[in-house]
Design a protein around this ligand. Sequence first.
Ligand SMILES: Nc1ncnc2c1ncn2[C@@H]1O[C@H](COP(=O)(O)OP(=O)(O)OP(=O)(O)O)[C@@H](O)[C@H]1O
Ligand SMILES: [Mg+2]
Length: 229
Amino acid sequence: MAEQKLLEINELTKEYVRNTVTFSAVKNVNLSVKRGEFISIIGRSGSGKSTLLNMTAGLLRPSSGFINFEGVDIAFFNDEEASHFRNTKIGFIPQGRSLLSHLTVLENITLPCYLAVQKNNAEDITAKALSFMEETGITHLAASLPKELSGGEIKRVTIARALINSPALLIADEPTGDLDTATTADIMRLFKRIAEAGTAIIMVTHEQDTVQYGNKVYVMDAGNLTLQG
Ligand SMILES: Nc1ncnc2c1ncn2[C@@H]1O[C@H](COP(=O)(O)OP(=O)(O)OP(=O)(O)O)[C@@H](O)[C@H]1O
Ligand SMILES: [Mg+2]
């Protein structure tokens, strides 16, 4: 199981236009991820990390190249196919804020379950949400609204929400950016356990301390991705 290939990215490129000049934010990237593999991506601000993650999550269409996930090319899915793919296969922790402001913490975390139309009943979903909330240390915030939370608490809600559907792939864009050292270590141990249970993880990080939890480190430099070491 651990050796089974999950994701295969080939010659992936994303071009943007800024001030009438076209440039490649991601350039001919190749990346292969197995089930249960935990990879980290580091690199300077503006080097293309989020652009790569957003394409992998089916949120952004590539200019060219292939993203093969479980044998299916997802790169040019239409919007409906891309949403279904995300809701059923991917846990996504975006870099920016993404909670729905009118829903409580518990409602935000359980929402992906209802979107994925899984067979679980509401009680099972709530129990699962509470267990991830305990692991991320936010149980006491269940009934709070996002505007009542700190930056690090919001990040932890986003992490619990990304894990609730037991995704095949967790895509995490700086998941510990707003967290202190002790909470960061708790989250990294949680990620490591999840990877050992079979979920692949692609994590962008600025913190050198967090890469030790993964299996491989890649460096993004001006749109080019290379294996470190
Ligand atoms: N929609 C867009 N249109 C034009 N340029 C964009 C767009 N989105 C991102 N860019 C540019 O593409 C490059 C890569 O951006 P990206 O967000 O992928 O970087 P990043 O490596 O995630 O940076 P950071 O570490 O600061 O989050 C940057 O130069 C950015 O300004
Ligand atoms: Mg980014």
